[in-house]
Design a protein around this ligand. Structure first.
Ligand code: ZN
Length: 172
C-alpha cells in the first residue's frame, strides 16, 4: 500500500478514536459540589470586555486542588492578561477545556494528563484579582455544533462554547 494512503488511514483512525472516547467529565475543583457555581452564569451578560460569560465560575478556597476533568493533552499552560494563569487541555470528542485564574500550575505544555490528575490550584489571577478565588471553566468543541446557534448576544459562538455545568458527571 502507498505510504500516503497508510498515513491517511492512521490519521483517520486517530481522529475517530478521539471522537469516540467517552466525553463525560468530572468536577475539576476537588470537593466542589453543584451549589459552588451559579447555573445562570453561563452566557450571563453583560460580562466586561468579553460581552457574555462563556463558561462557569466554580468558587472554592484559594489553593484548592484543580484536577483535569478529562484525560487529554495539555495544549497550553501559561499566563494571559484576562485569564491569568491558565491551562488548555484537548480531550475526547475534540473538545478543549479551559481552566483560568489559577493560583499555581502543576502541569507542562505538550504533556498528557489523566482524568482526575492534579494540574493546579484555585486562585484569582488575571482579571479575577481582588475577587473571591474561583476556577473559570470553559468547554469548547473544535467541531462546530451548528444546531446550537441561538439569537442571544454572540449566540453564534454557542456552536463552539458548551455549558460545562451540563456535562459534569452526576453525583457532584
Ligand atoms: Zn468566569
Amino acid at each position: 500500500m502507498k505510504l500516503t494512503i497508510r498515513i491517511s488511514i492512521v490519521l483517520m483512525g486517530v481522529l475517530l478514536i478521539g471522537y469516540l472516547l467517552p466525553g463525560a467529565i468530572v468536577m475539576p475543583v476537588k470537593g466542589a459540589r453543584s451549589p459552588d457555581w451559579n447555573k445562570a452564569s453561563f452566557w450571563y451578560e453583560p460580562w466586561g470586555s468579553s460581552g457574555v460569560h462563556k463558561g462557569i465560575d466554580i468558587f472554592a478556597k484559594k489553593g484548592t486542588q484543580i484536577v483535569s476533568s478529562t484525560a487529554g493533552f495539555v495544549v497550553y499552560q501559561g499566563k494571559l492578561s484576562k485569564g491569568g494563569k491558565v491551562i488548555l487541555v484537548l480531550g475526547a470528542k475534540w473538545r478543549l477545556y479551559y481552566y483560568a485564574h489559577l493560583d499555581s500550575i502543576t502541569t507542562e505544555s505538550f504533556s498528557f494528563v489523566e482524568k482526575n490528575q492534579v494540574i493546579g490550584s484555585v486562585g484569582n489571577s488575571g482579571n479575577a484579582a481582588g475577587k473571591p478565588a474561583h476556577l473559570h471553566y470553559s468547554m469548547i468543541t473544535m467541531l462546530p455544533y451548528v444546531w446550537k446557534m441561538t439569537t442571544q448576544t454572540q449566540g453564534w459562538k454557542k456552536i463552539f462554547f458548551l455549558d460545562p455545568g451540563k456535562h459534569i458527571k452526576q453525583g457532584y
